[in-house]
Design a protein around this ligand. Structure first.
Ligand SMILES: Nc1ncnc2c1ncn2[C@@H]1O[C@H](COP(=O)(O)OP(=O)(O)O)[C@@H](O)[C@H]1O
Ligand SMILES: O=c1ccn([C@@H]2O[C@H](COP(=O)(O)O)[C@@H](O)[C@H]2O)c(=O)[nH]1
Length: 216
């Protein structure tokens, strides 16, 4: 049996914020800082993106038209179910998502009884049933112009997009959903982090808090 925290449950942390605000980088920076002390097998990072709905039954022309910035694009029920299992010390099979093909990969990834789970994603604090799953809620607050510039770079280099498609999608779904769902959820955060994954003071504070929570 894995060693568990003081309340015998897994600590689950949400890292929310706009697309390309630095959520993944922040999660990875916290992971790097905690792993030597805690052991990498005790830590897990889950992307909300992994829970985008499978669209393998749809032709590609239809997949590109999906609005990926609304809650309906995600299988949030499955994420809530997985977080409940992890919370009680269990293991789950997390789906994997292919951004180039806009659908799930065939293989899932096993996450086996970690003590700390960090979940990063755009809508984690916007959906009440999800919001309730977390012990610590973090919001990465990065100016939207920087997010757009970073998204252009990332999506053209890593997600197989053209500049034209990034801009079209940004105007059609990304920016409206930021104002409709993401920005209003900032009020539900315990901690707001500027400078994302490069805010070393915030990273130190968060890792200290996590270690306190699990008495490491
Ligand atoms: N503080 C930062 N300074 C410069 N680049 C950054 C910073 N934070 C993130 N990035 C870069 O911006 C892109 C988006 O960051 P990422 O962490 O993937 O965002 P998110 O997970 O919020 O979508 C990545 O290429 C990342 O390396
Ligand atoms: O098939 C897809 C699925 C999602 N997106 C976009 O991804 C971002 C969320 O991911 P981040 O890593 O937080 O940026 C969201 O804004 C979707 O628009 C996509 O383009 N295609």
């Amino acid at each position: 049996m894995p060693i568990q925290g003081p309340s015998d449950t897994t600590t689950i942390i949400a890292i929310a914020g706009a697309s390309a605000s630095g959520k993944s980088l922040l999660a990875s920076s916290i992971y790097q800082q905690l792993a030597p002390k805690l052991g990498s097998q005790q830590l897990a990072v889950i992307a909300e993106d992994a829970y985008y709905r499978d669209q393998s039954h749809l032709p590609m022309e239809q997949r590109v038209l999906t609005d990926y910035d609304q809650p309906s694009a995600f299988e949030h029920d499955l994420l809530v179910e997985h977080l409940a299992v992890l919370k009680s010390g269990g293991s789950v099979e997390v789906p994997q998502y292919d951004f180039r093909r806009h659908t799930r990969r065939s293989k899932a990834l096993s996450i086996v009884s970690p003590r700390v789970v960090m979940v990063e994603g755009i809508l984690l604090l916007s959906v009440p049933a999800l919001r309730d799953c977390f012990d610590v809620r973090i919001f990465v607050d990065t100016p939207l112009d920087l997010c757009l510039l970073r998204r252009i770079r990332r999506d053209t280099e890593e997600r197989g997009r053209s500049l034209h498609s990034v801009i079209e999608q940004y105007e059609r779904t990304v920016r409206p959903a930021y104002h409709q769902h993401i920005a209003p959820a900032r009020q539900h955060a315990d901690l707001v982090v500027t400078e994302g994954g490069q805010n070393t003071v915030a990273i130190d504070l968060i890792t200290t808090k996590i270690r306190q929570l699990i008495e490491c």
